[in-house]
Design a protein around this ligand. Structure first.
Ligand SMILES: Nc1ncnc2c1ncn2[C@@H]1O[C@H](COP(=O)(O)OP(=O)(O)OP(=O)(O)O)[C@@H](O)[C@H]1O
Ligand SMILES: [Ca+2]
Length: 892
């Protein structure tokens, strides 16, 4: 017999598990050994060896190796060996960096891998989905993606969308009864939930019957999606730029070689110089360094609780001009405490701290016994029954497991001395219609000991009021007149204007034996009992974050399912709602077209009582106005908006798998301030990439120009090929990487977002590259000429001086690259990575000059002290000349 044909007790036996306590840890260990981890085999990963060799497959490196071979054949063994050594050192550096980048991206994937609630040793715990074993009892709810193939053992309005397996996108209702058909198709297995399928509604429990490659998903290996390309726009732009630069560099190199030969240099000498120069001039490694910088940035973001799921988002973050954020839990703490209760014209207050279930009730500031107040008592009991949250003790502190809104209702009832376990002796829950953000309510069907049946509904008061036809007033059920309705409405608004979140309780008796199948049928013609109002304090850091965003040209928009007045009150406290901005209600939003919304959207900073579906409209309207939109969400219905946003943001704690899958960024702490931190980091990463692009390109321009000028002036080669290679492949690299790790300038969050269409060379970068590069070339040539002019018999000495000047000029210039403004505007030693990188590069240069065994290889001679003055003087010119001009401009 197969699992879908078995009754539940048979399934339990067959899988050797226990539905009430799950598997034990020892048993789990055994089963992992037996069946392996719950993983689908992925395609081949690139091996380390392959990655290592790929460092050498660059076209220019191959040319270089060919050139080496030629020089080797011509008997220039030392050159040949040295060049190969340099190429290998360069390859190792590249290998190390890329491998690190790859590892961190891999780790990232694991961090955002789905977690599953599983019952082990009688406790519900969260584990990564790959640790599930056969026989595990797992819990799932709307928005989860199922982690293995399971036989369903409990279903509350459970519906699952199985398009990943069947292609059918209409959700299938699932139940626990055995099927009679021994061989149903996948789409007909109504008591099985398959790996990779998604819960669209309800919740349930299941027992794992297959894992990993044994699951239905594992058997259709084709379905495993290939990872989409993760190149960022900047990476693509740099790749294009690289192609242009290659052409330009090659042309210039050919020019240098031709002029050199015409001026009487030997062809062989010019050939090797030309190849070295080409290697030097072409920023082939740039895209790789960019990847490394992006992955380092991603790691920094993780430390700030933001996980980037799509690499291009790192860049887009820097362009964000609007953040649309949920209120509850993102801007507020999601630690709710009931403080006010209202029923039939009476208002009670409760005191107490957090989730501690102790507190007193007051009416008109008089202490009262809640058990003497009938309607209050009713509201508390029903609030406790319509509730899934659990309160537990941990280290003398109460912690809540479940929805905080329900937690508040649980605690308010406990303060009145009610106990759920005891209540459940008197009441039996027959059926449940779970909460969803569209209906904004949930209901249960209960019966008491006398076999009286009720529907109890709790939800947003304005919505619940709309489906009530009577109300409990003065302990009697009365017709809900227009007049009474407006009294209730006033009471609700009164609570909401104190920034309280409100939940209404209503009920209706139903005849015993009625079976109510749909929420629609249950949630009508109810009797309104009352409202509980709870505080949900804003997160302390949000106000400052909103302000910082404003200064950075980023608008914050609150989108909430909560009541308009509550939303308004909190938005004003946080500085989101100002005198100029407006509030738009979900009802109005629903009737507007995207075009109509576009006309007003710039002025709206709070959307209240909205359904998740409306979020998409908001994203579209903002995008049509030219905004780059970050949009948060957590539920299944949020996924389309998250996907459509330029930066989709999902909640790490409360977010569903579906929302996370759609997102580009996951907030580990569900905190609005984390979005701000990520944007800041995103801006910084982009600026840092600009910094080293600027540094490397200016260096290259300098190198080409010094050779070109020398050839045009009929001078000997100012740099020996091996020196050019040493500069480019070794001493340049470390400072460039360190720039990638630079701290943000103080003004990153004081200026507007950058345009996403901005080119690599915008904002003066092109000019900076050319001007600094030109000057670096010029001073290197000058140093060479001055020394060569003094004693033209000592060509290698003049070349050594030129080599030192070039390196020094670059190592000074690297500090200039830290700022958009001037080298003088920042503390040059602020970036300690850079300080160490510059020191190492300096040592690498000194070793090449002063270490006797290396001197013949690098064609160097020890430089005399007096010439260092010349070198230092000249090499600081490119940076300080222009810094000086900047100062002049500023003082004018
Ligand atoms: N567990 C629940 N049971 C019954 N009603 C609920 C529950 N949770 C929320 N509500 C009601 O439904 C309304 C909408 O909830 P929803 O989850 O869509 O948004 P929210 O939590 O208020 O705010 P946000 O959209 O900022 O997260 C709430 O304002 C509340 O009145
Ligand atoms: Ca170079």
């Amino acid at each position: 017999m197969k699992f879908h044909e078995m009754k539940l007790d048979q399934v339990e036996k067959a899988l050797e598990t226990d539905f009430s306590s799950g598997l034990s840890q020892e048993e789990v260990k055994k089963r992992v050994k037996q069946h392996g981890l719950n993983e689908l085999e992925e395609g081949e990963k690139q091996s380390a060896l392959l990655l290592f060799f790929s460092q050498f497959k660059d076209f220019m490196v191959l040319v270089l190796l060919a050139a080496t071979l030629i020089s080797g054949l011509l008997g220039e063994y030392i050159d040949a060996i040295a060049i190969i050594a340099i190429v290998i050192i360069n390859g190792c550096l590249g290998f190390y960096q890329e491998r690190r980048a790859e590892r961190s991206l891999q780790a990232l994937k694991e961090l955002s891998a789905p977690q599953v609630s599983v019952l082990r040793d009688g406790q519900w715990i969260k584990i990564p989905s790959k640790e599930i074993v056969i026989g595990d009892v797992i819990k799932f709810a709307s928005g989860d993606r199922i982690g293995a193939d399971v036989r369903i053992i409990e279903s509350k309005s459970l519906e699952i969308e199985e398009s990943a397996l069947t292609g059918e996108s209409v959700p299938v209702a699932k139940h626990i009864e055995p099927l009679s058909n021994p061989n149903p198709g996948i789409g007909d297995m109504e008591n099985i939930a398959f790996m990779g399928t998604m819960i669209t509604r309800g919740s349930g429990l299941g027992v794992v019957m297959a894992t990993g490659m044994k699951t239905a998903m594992g058997q259709i290996a084709d379905l495993l999606q290939n990872a989409e390309s993760q190149d960022t726009p900047l990476q693509r732009r740099l790749e294009q730029l690289g192609k242009i630069l290659i052409t330009v560099a090659l042309l210039l190199t050919v020019l240098v070689v031709i002029v050199g030969v015409l001026q009487g240099h030997e062809l062989y000498e010019m050939f090797l110089a030309g190849v070295s120069l080409a290697v030097a001039a072409i920023p082939e490694g740039l895209p790789a360094i960019v990847t490394v910088a992006l992955s380092l940035g991603v790691q920094k973001m993780i430390k700030k609780n933001a996980i980037v799921r799509k690499l291009p988002a790192v860049e887009t973050l820097g362009c964000a001009s609007v953040i649309c954020s949920d209120k509850t839990g993102t801007m507020t703490q999601n630690k709710m405490t009931v403080t006010h209760l209202w029923s039939g014209g009476n208002t009670w207050t409760v005191d107490g701290v957090g989730y501690q279930p102790q507190g007193n009730f007051y009416r008109d500031e008089q202490n009262v016994q809640p058990r003497d107040e009938k309607s209050l008592q009713q509201m508390l009991i029903f609030g406790m029954l319509c509730n899934h949250s659990e309160l537990a003790m941990k280290d003398d502190d109460y912690i809540l497991d479940g929805d905080p809104t329900e937690g508040a209702l649980l605690v308010s009832a406990m303060k009145a001395g009610f106990d759920r376990t005891k209540l459940l002796e008197d009441f039996t829950i027959v059926n449940e219609f779970p909460f969803d953000s569209n209906r904004k309510m949930m209901s249960i069907h209960v019966k008491d000991k006398q076999e009286r049946h009720f529907i109890v509904t709790k939800g947003a008061p304005d919505v619940v009021l709309g489906i009530c036809e009577s109300i409990l007033w003065d302990e009697r059920t009365q017709y809900l007149s227009k007049e009474t309705q407006s009294k209730v409405q006033d009471a609700i608004n009164g609570l909401a204007s104190q920034a309280l979140r409100t939940i209404a309780i209503a009920y209706k008796p139903i005849p015993a034996g009625t079976i109510i199948l749909s929420d629609h049928e249950a949630e009508k013609k109810l009797t309104f009992i009352g409202v509980q109002g709870m505080i949900d304090p804003p997160r302390p850091e949000v106000k400052a974050a909103v302000k910082e965003c404003k200064e950075a040209g980023i608008k914050t928009v609150m989108i909430t399912g909560d009541h308009v007045i509550t939303a308004k009150a909190i938005a004003s406290q946080l500085g989101i709602l100002t005198k100029k901005s407006k509030v738009l209600e979900g009802k109005t939003l629903a009737e507007m077209s995207v075009e109509e919304l576009e006309d007003v959207v710039e002025d709206v900073s709070v959307f209240a009582r909205v359904s998740p579906e409306h979020k998409l409209k908001i994203v579209k309207a903002l995008q049509n106005r030219g905004h780059i939109v970050a949009m948060t969400g957590d539920g299944v219905n949020d996924a389309p908006a998250i996907k459509a946003a330029d930066i989709g943001v999902a909640m790490g704690i409360t977010g569903t798998d579906v929302a996370k899958e759609a997102s580009a960024l996951v907030l580990l702490d569900d905190n609005f301030a984390t979005i701000k931190a990520a944007i800041k980091e995103g801006r910084n990463i982009y600026e840092n990439i600009r910094k080293f692009v600027r540094y490397l390109l200016a260096s290259n321009v300098g190198e080409i120009l010094v050779m070109l000028f020398a050839m045009l002036l009929a001078l000997p080669l100012p740099l020996v090929p091996i020196q050019i290679l040493w500069v480019n492949l070794v001493t340049d690299g470390l400072p460039a990487m360190a720039l990638g790790l630079d701290q943000p300038e103080e003004n990153v969050m004081k200026r507007g977002p950058r345009s996403p269409n901005e080119g690599v060379f915008s904002r003066g970068l092109g000019w900076k590259v050319v001007s600094r590069g030109f000057l670096i070339g010029l001073v290197t040539l000058l140093a060479f000429m001055i020394v060569y002019h003094n004693d033209s018999s000592q060509l290698p000495y003049a070349q050594t001086v030129a080599f030192a000047t070039l390196v020094m000029a670059q190592l000074i210039h690297v500090f200039d690259c830290r700022s958009e403004r001037s080298v003088l505007s920042r503390n040059p030693f602020g970036n300690q990575y850079l300080v160490w990188a510059v020191i190492s590069s300096l040592l690498l240069m000194l070793v090449a000059i002063y270490y006797p065994p290396l001197q013949p290889i690098f064609h160097t001679l020890p430089i005399a002290a007096k010439d260092w003055l010349l070198i230092l003087g000249l090499s600081s010119v490119p940076t300080f000349l222009l810094a000086g001009s900047f100062l002049l401009r500023k003082t004018k």
